[in-house]
Design a protein around this ligand. Structure first.
Ligand SMILES: [Zn+2]
Ligand SMILES: [Zn+2]
Length: 287
């Protein structure tokens, strides 16, 4: 068995989606690909679910996996994504939250389907679930795909632009937990809370507010971040003593987040990730 030293961790991607949420490939395929490329450390961070982790093959070394999840939350009416790293997925508060999201999303989908039917576009919940997969975690791209299948729209983008995008006629907001509660639940589950793609926050001032709530880190490197933003986040994280992470937000080959292997992490971010990995391992030993 090959045991990697901490300094051998060089090729890292801590933000990857699978088809357990809205990605295109299965957890097994994703791991196979990471192994082929020779990544050292990854995290699968599906939206509001850790179910990908029930599908991880036993022997994947030398690849390392930091358990992760990308949790939806709301601050002042705006979406904030929080990456939860290293949580104990059996924690009851965390499980209650993921169950709430799962059921809430299904109820939301039913309401959206009703609105679409009223607009002359009948689709069924069963069709949407068939696309969503075994866990039945429904997100809007699944509904968009059914609209495309029925030829009510040409593309998934068109479905968003005309019907199901934010505040469009068949839009229903999804159930949300507040940022402060999400951070608290991650901490109860012995994990680390990291603001995902802080460059996409509706207002940059939210960053300071969320840091005050007790966040543990910032996702410094993300494909949507400009170089000046990366530098700014490094500065803030260093000043506040926060972890710095990075990942490509991979969903599929078709989108611009198709980076999988070459994440140009600044050295300071890589060093911080190694520290996070070490701390996570200490936490696991104490569990
Ligand atoms: Zn996100
Ligand atoms: Zn993501």
């Amino acid at each position: 068995m090959i045991v990697k030293e901490i300094n051998d961790i060089q090729r890292v991607n801590l933000h990857l989606h699978t088809n357990v949420s809205d990605g295109n490939i299965s957890p097994k395929e994703l791991i196979k690909r990471a192994q082929e490329i020779g990544l050292d450390l990854i995290s699968i961070t599906d939206h509001d679910t850790a179910d990908a982790y029930t599908q991880i093959p036993d022997n994947i070394l030398p690849l390392r996996i930091l358990p992760g999840m990308e949790i939806s939350s709301l601050y002042k009416g705006d979406d904030v994504h929080i990456l939860a790293y290293g949580c104990d997925f059996n924690n009851s508060a965390l499980r209650a939250m993921t169950e709430m999201y799962l059921n809430g999303r299904k109820e939301r989908a039913k309401k959206m389907i009703k609105l679409l039917a009223d607009m002359g576009m009948p689709i069924s919940l069963e069709e949407v679930i068939a696309i969503a997969g075994s866990r039945e975690l429904i997100v809007r791209p699944h509904i968009a795909q059914v609209l495309v299948n029925h030829k009510f729209c040409q593309t998934r983008n068109e479905a968003f632009e005309k019907y199901i995008g934010d505040n469009k006629p068949a839009y229903v907001p999804k159930p949300e937990v507040s940022v402060v509660d999400v951070i608290s639940i991650i901490h109860q589950a012995d994990g680390f809370a990291v603001i995902a793609h802080p460059g996409k926050l509706t207002k940059l001032s939210y960053l300071e507010d969320i840091i005050k709530m007790g966040i543990d880190g910032l996702e410094v490197w993300h494909p949507d971040h400009y170089q000046w933003e990366i530098e700014n986040f490094i500065k803030i994280a260093t000043e506040k003593g926060l972890f710095m992470t990075g990942g490509s937000d991979y969903h599929s080959e078709q989108d611009k987040h198709n980076l999988f292997d070459i994440i140009p992490l600044p050295e300071v971010v890589l060093t911080s990730i190694k520290k996070l990995w070490k701390e996570y391992q200490c936490h696991v030993k104490l569990r």
